[in-house]
Design a protein around this ligand. Structure first.
Ligand code: GAL
Length: 633
């Protein structure tokens, strides 16, 4: 598979007389793909049942005639205003019980059946009209499920659908009462119809109730997507994707991905830096014009797993965005670096958002490849460099990494329901572990909770996986890899109860978590090896060998053969030592990389990335500020 480039284009936002020249310039810039259509519902169906396809016919024809391949988006993220008149109760409702208004996008509730039917109608018509169109080479469903906090809705439609979902899952309300422990605080229900959504309760709602609602909400996204996929697939052989977002974890992307042909995601490294990475102010300042050196890479690896090996960046930040707390210009070279980083992690395509900056509306301050006056923006020079470099680059060449991390969306739901300490999250724990591995120069694979085959991995990390299936424990125990569980792995049963025997209950690893605690940010626990336990700690007992200790002699990690339970959330210094030692045991070669320098291997190349703003000499090679070094392997 060749590595290719593309852009996101909105023909409906520009006079049709501009389309031919735009298409010519896209091809000149070396672009292969153009994604269109995903916000165009009001132009396609200006009034209910009155369709206008001709402009889209012409746009696809113009782009295709110029030599571009079209990714056609379904327009369901932006229901037109008339939809609200027809279905006033289609709006998503926030946790405070307030309907989310029309006037931006993603205002629908996933559970609203009449809205789903409206979506099915327009998607079905689109698929019938363009399914066989030779220029439509891929499809995208909707746009960024879950973005703007839109997975979860506390609407009447959601309540009714949740009750049906509960009836299917639990069979009887008595079972639900037992599984949730509703005797506590006299919360027993007499029927499923009595079960409300877990918002606006006086104090916290039952965590089992909250977890069930999160699982339900995730399933609603899966079902919503599947309905579109079925309609599209009936009319075309072209591959279907969805463009996921960064650090949106409140639906199971693996479950959505099971219905799709490849994954894609929208990478805004500077947009994410303040709000989503969770870095302190000094780190944000250090990487203000580059983005966090691990955040994008983690998503590349995660979405490669979601796409079962096939994935794209559907939207790549090309300059300043408009929506972060601060919106600086990327350091010269960063757009090239981000592009190559995606390819190094196995991307088939990188598409820049957007072609031309819009002079109007919400994103008028968002950079594009062209300025609003159609003159090339400065980034075009970098894009041309990437295009030239791609001309003699090798194809996508996958390589199994030596290390894997299991990523479980259900664990993220459970941590969200019960973080146990302010600001603690599963994603934050995963990012820390991932960062620790990358500091050692390692390429990392992300695996879903359903993985059972660990052949070829020297080290498998399973941090924070709250509910862990017995057969996963067995498969990991039987593998040849060093396996690290914890902290908080196996801490709950499937219904959010504390299991007995007490966690983690891993066969042939004699460790028991006898107590837990969360830590104030200013109360880390020092370790004898250097570094600290931060955020969260499991207190361990058992016959396994203690291999990491607090300064006062308590066990923080215990080991039996190749299985280790790590009972603390380690800071960077402690994690570095701990992981280095494990890699040695597993026979995995490591590099000691300075912060901001990262390495990634493919089947044919080794890439070195310098996320810092100064040239770095590292392991015998000099990498420019914001530079990339590509070496044959
Ligand atoms: C993405 C979204 C695009 C556009 C972009 C701006 O999240 O999919 O439609 O809004 O952000 O950065």
């Amino acid at each position: 598979m060749k590595r290719t480039l593309g852009t996101c284009y909105y023909p409906e936002q520009w006079p049709s007389k501009m389309w031919t020249e735009d298409a010519r310039r896209m091809v000149d810039a070396g672009l292969t793909w153009v994604r269109i259509g995903e916000f165009s519902w009001a132009k396609l169906e200006p009034t209910p049942g009155n369709y206008c396809w001709e402009w889209l016919d012409q746009a696809i024809q113009t782009l295709g005639d110029a030599g571009l391949k079209v990714v056609l988006g379904t327009p369901t993220a932006t229901p037109p205003r008339w939809m609200l008149t027809r279905h006033p109760d289609m709006l998503a409702v926030d946790v405070e019980g307030r309907p989310r208004k029309f006037g931006s996008r993603r205002h629908y509730c996933f559970s609203h059946e009449p809205y789903q039917a409206e979506c099915a109608k327009i998607v079905g018509l689109m698929a019938a009209r363009y399914g066989a169109n030779p220029y439509v080479a891929a499809w995208q469903t909707d746009n960024e499920y879950g973005c703007h906090d839109t997975t979860i809705s506390y609407s009447d439609a959601a309540r009714a659908a949740f009750q049906d979902w509960l009836a299917l899952r639990y069979g009887s309300v008595d079972q639900l009462n037992v599984d949730w422990g509703n005797t506590f605080w006299s919360m027993d229900y007499g029927s499923f119809a009595e079960v409300d959504l877990p918002n606006l309760t006086v104090t916290e709602a039952n965590p089992a109730h909250c977890l069930a609602f999160r699982r339900f909400s995730s399933d609603q996204v899966v079902a919503f997507n599947r309905r579109q996929v079925d309609l599209i697939r009936a009319q075309t052989d072209a591959p279907i994707t969805h463009n996921y977002m960064g650090r949106i974890t409140d639906f199971d992307h693996f479950a959505v991905g099971d219905d799709l042909d490849f994954a894609s995601w929208d990478s805004y490294p500077l947009g994410f830096l303040e709000d989503r990475v969770g870095a302190d102010a000094a780190r944000q300042r250090a990487f203000a014009r580059q983005g966090d050196p691990d955040f994008q890479a983690l998503h590349h690896d995660l979405y490669r797993a979601v796409g079962k090996g096939r994935w794209w960046v559907m939207e790549q930040q090309p300059g300043p965005v408009n929506w972060a707390p601060y919106n600086p210009t990327p350091l010269p070279g960063m757009v090239r670096l981000w592009s190559w980083e995606a390819f190094a992690h196995g991307a088939e395509a990188v598409c820049y958002f957007r072609w031309r900056q819009a002079p109007v509306a919400q994103e008028q301050l968002h950079a594009g490849l062209l300025r609003p006056d159609s003159v090339d923006a400065g980034v075009m020079e970098e894009l041309k460099q990437v295009t030239a470099e791609l001309a003699d680059a090798s194809d996508v060449a996958p390589l199994q990494a030596p290390v894997a991390i299991i990523f479980d969306y259900d664990a993220d739901f459970a941590w969200t329901v019960q973080p146990h300490g302010a600001g603690l999250s599963y994603f934050g724990l995963i990012l820390d572990v991932y960062r620790g591995l990358r500091r050692l120069g390692l390429s990392v694979d992300i695996l879903p909770a359903s993985a059972r085959d660990f052949a070829g991995y020297g080290l498998v990390m399973v941090p924070g996986m709250m509910a862990m299936a017995d057969d996963l424990k067995a498969a990991l125990g039987a593998s040849d890899a060093q396996v690290v569980y914890g902290p908080r792995t196996g801490a709950r049963n499937a219904e959010m109860g504390i299991p007995t025997p007490l966690p983690p209950a891993i066969p042939s690893l004699d460790v028991t978590v006898v107590a837990i605690e969360s830590l104030r940010p200013d109360c880390p626990i020092p370790l004898t090896t250097g570094g600290h336990v931060i955020n969260y700690r499991d207190v361990l007992e058992g016959g396994a060998e203690p291999v990491l200790h607090t300064a006062t002699g308590e066990a923080v990690a215990m080991r039996d053969g190749k299985q280790t339970y790590l009972g603390g959330w380690l800071d960077g210094a402690a994690l570095h030592i701990f992981l280095q030692d494990l890699c040695e045991k597993a026979g995995i070669a490591t590099l000691d990389l300075p912060d901001g320098v990262r390495v990634r291997d493919t089947g044919t190349e080794r890439f070195w990335f310098n996320y810092t703003d100064a040239a770095v000499t590292c392991h015998g090679r000099t990498i420019d500020a914001a530079g990339v070094v590509r070496e044959a392997r």
